[in-house]
Structure formats: C-alpha cells, structure tokens
Design a binder for this molecule. Structure first.
Ligand code: ZN
Ligand code: ZN
Length: 442
C-alpha cells in the first residue's frame, strides 16, 4: 500500500485531501505544521508528500529543503493557493517535484502522481467504468476537416485548417475516424478528460494517404503506456497497414519509431466488410479513390454515421474514358449506375453522412479522375440515399472560409430545387453533432 504525508495547517483542507487518498487505499499521514511534517517524513519515508507553503513552524520552502536533503526518492508536491511564478520557481529549487494550485482535485493529484511515480497503481480505483463512458451522450466531433494538406491561417479560421479526423462516441466506445493532423487536438482533449485513467480507443483508418495518417505521430495518448489503442484499416495496394504507418515514423521523417511508442498500440488489418467495435456495428465500402480506400458506416444505438472522406462518383470518370474511345459508352454508363446504386444503398437512411465534397462543379471538370467528388454529385447522392444530415467534408486546400460558405449555400439551393429536405453544413473543426438530438428532432 503506497503512503502519503499531507503537511497542511488548515485542518479542513488537510482532511479533505486525506479522504481522497484514503478512498483509493493509500496509507495517509497528516501533519498540521512544517516541523511535525519533517519528523513524520523522516520516520515513515512515504512515497509522496503533499506540502502547503504558508505554515507555522517551518514554511513549505524550508520543509522541501530539509526533506530533500534527507529523502531522495520521496516525491514532494507543493500545494499552494498562490500562483506567483517566483513561488513556483522557489519551491522547485527547494526540492519540490511538482507545484499544484488549490483547489485540489483527485484528477489533478493523479495526473501529478502518474507523472512522478508511474509504478504506483494509484489509479486502479478511478478507472472510468464502461457505464460512465456510456453516460457520454452519443455524438461525433470534427477535429480535422481538410483534404490533402493542413491549411492554417487567417483564411481558414472558421472552418479550420487541420486534416481529416472525426471522433465518434457511442455505446461506450471512442472511435477516431482517420488520423490527419486533427487527431493531435483529439489526443490532448482525451488526456484532459481522462487524466490518469487509461484511454481505450479504436482508430479506424480509411486509407493511408498522408492527410489521413500524418497526425498519428503527434497523438499524445500513444505516448502513455496506460492507454490501449487499436488501429484498424485495410491492407494498402503496395504494403500492409502496419508497414505504411511505421514508414512515416522512420528515422529520416520522425525521431520516434512506431515500435517505440509506449502505449499498447495494436495494428489490425481488416479482412471483412462488416465487423464490430464493441457494440457498434461497422459496415465498410471501398471508395473510388486511388489505391485502397474505404468508407465506413457506424451503426450505434443512437443512429448511424457514415464517413466517406475521399470518393469520386464513377459516372464522369467512366464517361470520360468512353468519350476517348477507351470503353463502350453504354457499358460504362451501366457500370457507373450500378456502382452509384450500391453507394446509395450503403448510405440509405443514415442519420449523419460525412462525405468528400472537395470540388465545386466547375473545378471538378479539371479534376476528373483525381478521386474526389463535385458538390452537386454529393448532394444528389445524399438526397437519393435519403439521409438525415449531410456534412460537406475534405475541403480543398484552395478553398478559404468564404468559398466554403458559398459551396454550402449552393448545396442548400440544390436541395431546395429538388423539393426534398436535407440538412447540409460544411464540416467545421470543433463542431459536435449530438446523435440523440438529431433523432429526437426527427
Ligand atoms: Zn484525403
Ligand atoms: Zn486520399
């Protein structure tokens, strides 16, 4: 059983902190002044000492200095109500390992202890239960919405500059769709939310084009061994998923190799087109995009979400080939129609669909065969599939905020012209979509 010494002259706050530790099975020692604290420390040699700064009979700085001279391995956490830089610097100089500001929470303490003493199993009692996770409302959050290249700057502040990453929370699962640069912020948010508790997450990769994996080396939960990360995706055209993901972290590109990441990170190649992540059923469909690229539909207890960030409709592509005389026109049209029908079926009745809308119709004319969609083709696909909400995704690096506003307007006017209803928005970094809210609004 690990032990902690709390040196604090305010009896109420001392007992409050003592209770937090006692609840987690720590042996707790208490001292109401500095000198008593030093005596108890030397006598019991606790793993952790929490020490106030302003106390009678030796202040916190003196206590730190004295204890540090006598006990090297003990970790000292100074707890203060004041946030003066000079106090912090003096405390660390006196021998403190950490400086925390009051009021103190268990999460704050765990975070500090986890960093200072990773071997102590203090977190065993505070692991978030599946039930607690389930209490997070089913939702998705957009962390990166761009295609091809990150684009930070004044022209993209509203929609955001990070590449593809969407977080889905449902049925006790945390699922990240793609690992573009947006996954960096997701990692930081998860660490803040979970503190010292382990994060269990599934990363579902559509394909390994750089804009969908380049954030993985900067995903901070991968650097903490308490976390369990499962990476799922299909084998690439030229190499396996693991080889490609490790490739971008090889020495010439990055200082830490994939193998060196301390978390429990497992890469699994998908073989089936339907599988489960916990209770969430996932159906896959290969996209029309260079190499191997999949789209996913997640069936949660609060509705379904489809994510198809890179995809080109077959028809213009096939018809272009037919015009050049490469293939028979009728056959090309039939093939394209059949493929479109399968896509409509894949998306049919989905509550939220996040689709590749990289180009305006005019731009698309110059980009047939590049593997991305035009605005009108995406809108018509969503209308035919009778989806609840369309999120225009994978913004072209050439599109600034105003351009995306215009595309959203154009998409909405296409819906009006069709006489149908369909909610449309441009994917915007930081936006959360609550699945329950969507369902109750039906
Ligand atoms: Zn892409
Ligand atoms: Zn791609």
């Amino acid at each position: 059983m690990p032990s902690v010494l709390i040196i604090e002259d305010d009896a109420d706050s001392r007992r409050g902190i003592a209770k937090l530790f006692a609840r987690e099975d720590w042996k707790v020692l208490e001292a109401g002044d500095g000198d008593t604290g030093v005596d108890l420390a030397v006598q019991h040699r606790p793993e952790v000492i929490l020490c106030d700064l302003l106390m009678p009979r030796s202040n916190g700085f003196q206590v730190c200095r004295t204890i540090r001279q006598q006990l090297q391995p003990t970790k000292i956490i100074v707890v203060s109500g004041r946030d003066y830089a000079v106090d912090r610097a003096s405390a660390l100089e006196a021998g403190a390992d950490e400086y925390l500001l009051k009021p103190i929470t268990w999460e704050l303490l765990c975070h500090a202890i986890d960093r200072l003493l990773p071997e102590i199993p203090h977190r065993s009692m505070v692991t978030k239960s599946a039930a607690e996770l389930r209490s997070v409302p089913p939702r998705l959050k957009l962390w990166g919405v761009r295609g091809s290249l990150p684009l930070p700057g004044p022209t993209t502040v509203r929609y955001g500059g990070n590449t593809s990453c969407v977080e889905v929370r449902a049925d006790g699962e945390i699922i990240a769709l793609d690992a573009g640069t947006g996954i960096r912020s997701l990692g930081l948010a998860l660490e803040k939310e979970f503190g010292p508790q382990p994060i269990k997450l599934t990363l579902l990769i559509t394909h390994t084009h750089w804009d969908h994996i380049q954030g993985l080396p900067f995903f901070s939960p991968a650097y903490n061994r308490k976390n369990v990360i499962r990476v799922l995706g299909y084998e690439g055209a030229r190499a396996g998923l693991g080889t490609i993901l490790a490739g971008q972290m090889e020495t010439p590109f990055f200082p830490v190799s994939l193998r060196e990441l301390p978390s429990h990170l497992a890469i699994e190649e998908l073989k089936e087109m339907e599988f489960y992540i916990g209770k969430v059923k996932v159906r896959s469909r290969f996209a029309n995009h260079p190499g191997i690229c999949a789209g996913y539909r997640l069936f949660t207890s609060a509705g379904s979400i489809a994510y198809m960030p890179d995809n080109e409709p077959y028809e213009p592509l096939k018809m272009q080939l037919a015009t050049r005389g490469g293939i028979n026109g009728d056959e090309a049209r039939d093939f394209a129609a059949a493929e479109r029908g399968k896509m409509v079926e894949f998306l049919h009745g989905c509550d939220v669909v996040i689709l590749d809308a990289q180009y305006t119709d005019e731009e698309y004319q110059q980009h047939v065969g590049w593997g991305h969609s035009s605005l009108s083709s995406v809108v018509s696909l969503a209308l035919d599939a009778n989806v609840g909400r369309l999120v225009l995704f994978h913004h072209d690096p050439g599109h600034d905020d105003e351009m995306i506003d215009q595309m959203v307007d154009q998409a909405r006017s296409l819906v009006s012209k069709s006489g149908k209803t369909l909610a449309i928005e441009g994917a915007r970094e930081g936006v959360e979509i609550l699945l329950e809210a969507k369902l109750s609004a039906k």
